[in-house]
Design a protein around this ligand. Structure first.
Ligand code: SF4
Ligand code: SF4
Length: 109
């Protein structure tokens, strides 16, 4: 008998750190050092204005960007409306709105 508990377990996946491109991430950390304080709580995603309409997941995007997977979500960056709510609710004081702006600029440069 199968039970549904209303949640699912994320599939595990391997990340080969040596094969990722860390150039964008290193620049981002230099330009907006506050992003180092992120604890991955998800408050930014939970309050994001764009999330309910587009499924935009800002935590996933900035986490993967810092991991060196910038190219995986270029189209996702267009969903941000730069309202700044994510920066207001972050318990660690990360300026996520600026992180969004910088990620776009670094990729488009
Ligand atoms: S709200 Fe702040 S600490 Fe939490 S995941 Fe977003 S950036 Fe990280
Ligand atoms: S600035 Fe962008 S990522 Fe932050 S809450 Fe607004 S739409 Fe979401």
């Amino acid at each position: 008998m199968t039970h549904s508990f209303g949640y699912s377990i994320s599939q595990s996946r391997e990340t080969n750190w040596d094969k990722l491109d860390h150039r964008f991430a290193d620049k981002l950390l230099d330009l907006e050092p506050s992003v180092r304080l992120c604890v991955g709580c998800g408050s930014c995603t939970g309050t994001c204005t764009a999330a309910p309409r587009s499924g935009f997941d800002i935590r996933k995007v900035h986490t993967r960007f810092r991991r060196g997977e910038a190219g995986a979500f270029v189209a996702e960056l267009e969903k941000c409306m730069f309202c700044g709510k994510c920066s207001m609710v972050c318990p660690r004081g990360v300026n996520i709105r600026n992180v969004m702006d910088l990620m776009k600029k670094l990729i488009e440069a």
